[in-house]
Design a protein around this ligand. Structure first.
Ligand code: SAH
Length: 215
């Protein structure tokens, strides 16, 4: 049996596990079939790539649990052609899932080394994704407004710039809190009002306040 064959089996089992954990958006599950999570990890971690665990990247940052990536992707209600801003590129896996679901993805990372490594990887795996180095608190005005915004680090509050860069009718999914986070979904019902829904507790790496960090 080749490694590829083993990884394929592990991927199928992960998709079944995601179904059991309540993921029922077929578009999300199909994206998990298309995107190979092991490609976003160092090879010594490949044997755990399809376990439902968060793993450490070499740069010290984290690739989220597959079930968290799936859950946030499902909350976003993605349909083909929507523009999505992601804050916290990290490994690039979440961005690749959203792109595989048919979204136009723009993603921002504040850690320069990680930004460079992941930009290179995504250029090989999925060149449609636009990667940017910057501070997610400022959003990404250049391509705004967005149909969807997803934050993949723990935000102490909802950044004003992100609300401004969300289209009316658009959805933002963001884990809010300092020590631990509450997953929130905001729908922008008009220029001045957000409707809030709450979806349980999660643990994310913090969304850092200072300027984008050059390594
Ligand atoms: N979406 C990622 C998860 C990455 S973990 C994945 O699929 O792997 C969260 C990431 O948010 C880290 O890489 C961290 O460096 C980044 N981050 C933290 N604060 C940020 C900020 N203010 N702006 C942009 N990125 C930030």
């Amino acid at each position: 049996m080749t490694d590829d064959y083993l990884l394929l089996g592990a991927k199928k089992r992960l998709i079944e596990e995601l179904r059991r954990k309540g993921i029922d958006d077929e578009n999300v599950l199909e994206a998990f079939d298309k995107v190979e999570r092991h490609r976003f990890l160092e090879s010594f971690l490949w044997n755990r790539a399809y376990d439902d665990v968060a793993l450490k990247l070499l740069t010290g940052q984290t690739i989220s649990h597959p079930s968290t990536v799936a859950f946030q992707s499902q909350l976003l209600k993605i349909t083909k052609g929507l523009s999505v801003l992601e804050i916290g590129t990290g490994s690039g896996f979440q961005a690749a899932i959203l792109s595989a679901m048919g979204a136009h993805v723009y993603t921002v990372e504040r850690q320069e080394l990680l930004y460079k490594r992941t930009s290179k990887l995504l250029a090989e795996l999925d060149s449609r994704i636009v990667t940017c180095f910057g501070d997610g608190y400022k959003g990404l005005p250049r391509f705004a407004p967005y149909d969807r915004i997803i934050v993949t680090c723990g935000a102490p509050n909802v950044p004003e710039a992100l609300v401004l860069q969300l289209k009316v009718g658009g959805i933002m999914v963001i884990p809010v809190g300092d020590e631990s986070q509450t997953m929130k979904r905001f729908t922008k019902i008009d220029e001045n009002n957000l409707q809030e829904e709450v979806f349980g507790d999660f643990l994310f790496v913090p969304m850092l306040k200072n300027e984008a960090k050059r390594n």
